[in-house]
Design a protein around this ligand. Structure first.
Ligand SMILES: Cc1ncc(COP(=O)(O)O)c(C=O)c1O
Length: 385
């Protein structure tokens, strides 16, 4: 028979998936592995989605998504980052940030275009760029710089084929955040070199020490920046599959064309759930964020106390401690930790080569489990040293 697409066949499996295939065969494991809230979607949001179904709202929506939701997103962004998008043509509701990212890459990339990705990075970026015919160019970021990008190194990577720089702050997996000064420098470089800025701000509400600072707050950034965001993390809505993209009308129009031929629209009940989230449930999101803040403090202190060097991340719900002192690779460390202590974490190299020597631990799990995991890891590292 004729071969199926070898490019896809040869694409490596997600490093996270590979690891969790092992976890799924084991019992009694405490998981710090998954990047998913342990909270159930707040009840008023679920209830509002049920109401919409009872009222017979079970159809497709407009390809752009419910106008009421786009209007609410527009208001939300004015309030939070001071940027106004026109709900009629500058906002597209998608099936999570995942779909928004895929649409954007396909709409933006001409074959061979390069996209600069800051590593350690979320696992989907490189495959999504490459499936769209682009080339991902890695900018490694290091702990000594707080995992923030070195602008001189970024400059060196820019070629005539560079189309965009992809940012994700607060970051998965390092939890670090950007500040106004770096945002300005990144913007200035993109302006000078005529590059687009893709900003995945899915963890925007999950910041613990100061308000989220979006690159869109930099004067002039609107035209060359595409903002991607969604409801999965801050509103515990991973399974409802709702995200959004905001940007210049021509970019959103191109993304919409792909969306209308592939997904048509995001699930309608998810859109009603998201609408309720923005209208009436911001305080419920804030309560979850407060709980994450406490868990972050607990895990950072706990890890440092047992000798696992761990910086204090300012956002998202991950810590990224170093395991370099133990003479094991990240994968060996995680495997041994899993088999010997029954705690699941993710090897840092799953997020790019410069993640080697680290592990990612999610604290989107209960304090009780976090305390138990710290104890077990403590026993493991005292033997491993
Ligand atoms: C940085 C980042 N972007 C996007 C996503 C995907 O989010 P969604 O559920 O909205 O597709 C994730 C999920 O883990 C993520 O960590």
């Amino acid at each position: 028979m004729k071969p199926i697409n070898p490019f896809i066949q040869n694409m490596p499996q997600s490093g996270i998936r590979k690891f969790f295939d092992i976890v799924s065969t084991m019992e009694g494991v405490i998981s710090l592995g998954v990047g998913e809230p342990d909270f159930v979607t707040p009840w008023p949001m679920i209830s509002s989605a049920i109401d919409s179904m009872e009222m017979g709202k079970t159809s497709y929506t407009s390809n752009l998504g419910l106008l009421s939701l786009r209007q609410e997103i527009s208001k939300y962004l004015v309030k939070h980052i001071g940027v106004e998008y026109n709900p009629d043509n500058e906002i597209l509701i998608t099936v999570g940030v995942s779909e928004a990212m895929d649409l954007l890459m396909r709409a933006l990339i001409c074959p061979g275009d390069e996209i600069i990705v800051l590593e350690p990075s979320y696992v989907s970026y490189k495959p999504t760029i490459e499936m769209a015919g682009g080339v991902s160019v890695v900018l490694p970021c290091y702990e000594k710089d707080g995992f923030l990008p070195d602008l001189e190194e970024m400059r060196k990577l820019i070629t005539s084929k560079t189309k965009a720089i992809l940012l994700n702050f607060p970051s998965n997996p390092t939890g670090c955040v950007l500040n106004k000064e770096i945002n300005q420098k990144i913007y200035d470089l993109c302006e000078e070199k005529d590059l687009y800025i893709i900003s995945d701000e899915i963890y925007d509400r999950l910041t613990y020490d100061k308000e989220h600072e979006s690159i869109l707050q930099i004067k002039g950034a609107f035209d060359r920046t595409i903002l991607l965001n969604g409801f999965s993390k801050a509103f515990a809505m991973t399974g409802w599959r709702v995200g959004y993209a905001c940007g210049r009308g021509d970019i959103i129009k191109s993304m919409m064309k792909i969306h209308q031929y592939t997904m048509l629209c995001a699930p309608i009940s998810g859109q009603y759930c998201a609408l309720e989230a923005l209208r009436n449930c911001i305080s419920l999101s804030d309560e979850m964020v407060e709980e994450y803040r406490q868990r972050r403090n607990l895990i950072v202190k706990g890890f440092n106390d047992i000798g696992l060097k761990c910086h204090k991340p300012q956002g998202a719900f991950y810590v990224f401690p170093s395991v370099k002192d133990f003479g094991l690779t990240s994968e060996e460390f995680c495997k041994q930790l899993l088999y010997e202590a029954k705690v699941a974490t993710v090897p840092g190299n799953a997020f790019g080569e410069c993640g080697e020597g680290y592990i990612r631990c999610s604290y989107a799990t209960s304090k009780k489990k976090i305390i138990k995991a710290i104890d077990k890891i403590g026993e493991f590292v005292s033997k491993a040293k």
